[in-house]
Design a protein around this ligand. Structure first.
Ligand code: NAD
Ligand code: 2HG
Length: 527
């Protein structure tokens, strides 16, 4: 099969080599398209690769029935509608490591330019003005750099700032005292960092919580004469508040690589002499572009060929070693979910998957996703392991995962319990060497059934003749029984029959079986 890849932003040609040189991939590069143009074009593509210029909207994804993966050659995925991608079962991958150095170096370059008025002085010189006293700067040595967001780039900026002999103080909800001490930097609350900074730089993603995190109130908490940097994302700093803070003299200068709306060519901040700016160049180096293009193309190829991505954004990644151990159970997990979906008379409210034996030591989230996929697939068309848990949660279904030591003698046991407002049902399965997936327990009854093809789950009273009546009626319907298992709670009590049959039982045939003496319920299950 040939996979069709659309690249809608400029990406490094060298970096794209893994894709362009592979046999099964046909790459189309078409940059600068509008949303409408992408919508018109995308229906046959399996992957879309972007940088930050293309905004990947729900409408684009809905126009792309074959789209399996969106690759972001860079870190920020705020230009991709992640909720829509997850809902539509499209994997989003990014390349978070490849441009860290470049973004950190750019931030430091901007800080030094800001401190020494280099762009302003250069501009004057280009305009034939030899200005010296107008561009007296400040030293970085001994100044405090406040860093908000101590992730990959924040940390690299911190190391470089220490090289400039600056004091560094950082705020990040995940920055521990231990790590701060090891890095030789200070740490504090956001308020403490704002109050201490001579230079303040932000390195968070743009999220609901970080949108306008640096606002009028935040500027009010800062020292007079503070200098501000944003080489992360437009929108983290409230641009109107920054403008006012510069006009009032509270902020001495700002260096911006990113804007709330890009391109930002006619921006009021650019009219202020205290502001220096670049057009989103943080990741624009030969090295960074090559790195991110290589990383993202490898992940896109992996996903399209049914493998695991190294940098998935909308579902978790699993190491190849763990994958090797749990992959054989994918099919079992999905079938247990599909089996239970048929047996529930009303809306599922809660799903609990219990893992025992060898599986109890593994990362099992992908198995839970496959179970939920099996449960939902009957009712919702486009369910896959990317969107399954998301779709379930959107429908108010609680999903639990538990590891237990109760193996009932099996090497590994997966038990799925599903609750609705009226009933709770359980099914347990295992893998048998050479025989594959087996259902070994339905509710309280032990059985041994291959979960495949057409099955009948008959709940009945343990009375002589009940089994015979079912067999006779099925014979009358010309439904051949392939296998039969019977389980009972106690002699003369409740019991189940699990039959596999050679053709799908019709609705009227199931109704006919339900009318037989001592039969409580009959469910036809096709997996
Ligand atoms: N200008 C560019 O060209 C360019 C290049 C690369 C990355 N970026 C941007 O830089 C940013 C950081 O990238 P990264 O690779 O370091 O990401 P990262 O995920 O490694 O780090 C982000 C950090 O922000 C922290 N954070 C999140 N919310 C926070 C909050 N409310 N307060 C404080 N900290 C918070 C997180 O805990 C995390 O440690 C992203 O927005 C990315 O898009 C820009
Ligand atoms: O594509 C770019 O050049 C910008 C990338 C950068 O903003 C990122 O988030 O990785």
């Amino acid at each position: 099969m040939t996979y069709h890849i659309l690249i809608s932003d400029p990406l490094s040609e060298e970096g794209m080599a893994p894709l362009t040189q592979a046999d099964d991939f046909a790459v189309t590069v078409d940059t600068g398209l509008t949303e409408a143009e992408i919508i018109q074009k995308i229906s046959n593509f399996h992957a879309l690769l972007v940088r930050s210029q293309t905004t990947v909207t729900r409408a684009i994804m809905e126009a792309a029935p074959n789209l399996k993966v969106i690759g972001r050659a860079g870190v920020g995925v705020d230009n991709i509608d992640l909720e829509a991608a997850t809902e539509l079962g499209i994997v989003v991958v990014n390349a978070p490591d490849g441009n860290t150095n470049s973004a950190a170096e750019h931030t430091v370059a901007m800080m030094m330019s800001l401190a020494r008025n280099i762009p302003q002085a250069f501009l004057a010189l280009k305009e034939e003005r030899w200005e010296r006293k107008q561009h007296i700067g400040v030293e970085l040595k001994g100044k405090t750099l406040g860093i908000v967001g101590m992730g990959r780039i924040g940390a690299e900026v911190a190391y470089r700032a220490k090289g400039q002999r600056m004091d560094v103080i950082a705020y990040d909800p995940f920055l521990t005292k231990d790590r701060a001490v090891k890095m030789g930097i200070g740490y504090g609350t956001l308020e403490e960092v704002l109050a201490a900074s001579d230079f303040l730089t932000v390195h968070t993603p743009l999220l609901k919580e970080t949108h306008h995190m640096i606002s009028t109130e935040a500027f009010a908490q800062m020292k007079g004469g503070v200098q501000i940097l944003n080489c992360a994302r437009g929108g983290i700093i409230d641009e109107d508040a920054l403008y006012e803070a510069i006009i009032s003299g509270k902020v001495a200068g700002a260096a911006l690589d990113v804007f709330e709306e890009e391109p930002a060519v006619h921006h009021k901040l650019l009219e202020l002499p205290q502001v220096i700016a670049t057009p989103h160049l943080g990741a624009s180096t030969v090295e960074a572009q090559e790195n991110v293009a290589i990383d993202v193309s490898k992940d896109v190829m992996q996903i399209l060929q049914g493998g695991q991505a190294i940098h998935p954004v909308n579902f978790s990644s699993i190491s190849p070693e763990v994958m090797r151990k749990i992959q054989p159970y994918f099919d079992l997990a999905e079938k247990l979910g599909a089996f239970l979906a048929r047996t529930m008379p009303d809306a599922i409210e809660e799903v609990t998957v219990y893992y025992a034996g060898d599986l109890a030591d593994q990362e099992v989230a992908p198995l839970t996703r496959n179970t939920v996929k099996g449960l939902l697939q009957r009712y919702l068309g486009n369910v896959n392991d990317v969107n399954a848990t998301h779709l379930a949660k959107k429908r108010g279904i609680t999903i639990n995962e538990q590891k237990t030591s109760t193996t009932r003698g099996f090497t590994s046991l997966v038990t799925v319990e599903v609750k609705s407002a009226t009933v709770t049902h359980q099914v347990a399965g295992t893998l048998v060497n050479g025989l594959g997936a087996r259902i070994v327990k339905v509710d309280d009854y032990y059985v041994d059934v291959t979960p495949a093809g057409h099955m009948l789950l008959v709940r009945h009273k343990d009375q002589p003749g009940a089994i015979g009546r079912v067999g006779t009626l099925l014979a009358q319907y010309a439904v051949n029984i392939a296998t039969m298992q019977v389980g009972r709670s106690n002699e003369g009590g409740d019991a189940i029959m699990m039959l596999t049959v050679d053709k799908e039982p019709q609705k009227e045939e199931v109704e006919g079986l339900k009318q037989l003496d001592d039969i409580f319920d009959v469910t036809a299950i096709t997996i």
